[in-house]
Design a protein. Structure first.
Length: 135
C-alpha cells in the first residue's frame, strides 16, 4: 500500500531571512519571506512556525505561529513574519503546506541556531537582497 502513495517533492520553493529597516522599531529587523521561484501558482498556503533550543543550559521554545495565504503567484515572494533578535539563538522551524494543481505538498524548513547572520548571506532570488536561504 505504501508503494502506491506518491509524495511530491517541493522544488524551487524556499524560505529566506532578510534584514530590513522597520519604521515601527526604528532599527533593522529580520523578516522571513516565502520565495516561490517556480512556474506554478501555490494555493491555500499555510505556514506554522516555532523556535526551540537550549539557551544557558535551559530548554526554551516559543509558541506556534500560523500564517495563511490564499495564493502565492509563480515567481513571487510573500512576507511571512518578523523574527525577534532574541530567538535567533534558537532553531527556527517553519512547516510549509500548500497545493499546486490540487496536489498537496509539504516541507519543513529549519534555520539552525545562530545561522541567521550576515556571515551566511547570499542573494535571494526575486527579492534581489542579501539574506539567509533555507532550501
Amino acid at each position: 500500500m505504501r508503494k502506491d502513495i506518491t509524495i511530491p517533492e517541493v522544488e524551487n520553493i524556499f524560505l529566506a531571512a532578510v534584514q530590513e529597516w522597520s519604521d515601527d522599531f526604528m532599527s533593522n529587523m529580520w523578516y522571513i519571506y516565502l520565495v516561490n521561484d517556480s512556474d506554478f501558482l501555490m494555493d491555500n498556503v499555510m505556514i506554522v512556525s516555532k523556535a526551540f533550543g537550549t539557551l544557558n543550559g535551559e530548554m526554551k521554545k516559543t509558541s506556534l505561529l500560523r500564517h495563511a495565504f490564499v495564493e502565492v503567484p509563480a515567481v513571487s515572494v510573500a512576507k511571512v513574519e518578523m523574527i525577534e533578535e532574541s530567538v535567533l539563538a534558537l532553531n527556527n522551524e517553519f512547516m510549509l503546506t500548500f497545493f499546486i494543481d490540487n496536489k498537496l505538498y509539504d516541507k519543513k524548513y529549519i534555520f539552525k541556531a545562530g545561522s541567521i547572520a550576515e556571515a551566511n548571506f547570499e542573494e535571494v532570488p526575486i527579492l534581489f537582497k542579501d539574506g539567509v536561504i533555507v532550501r
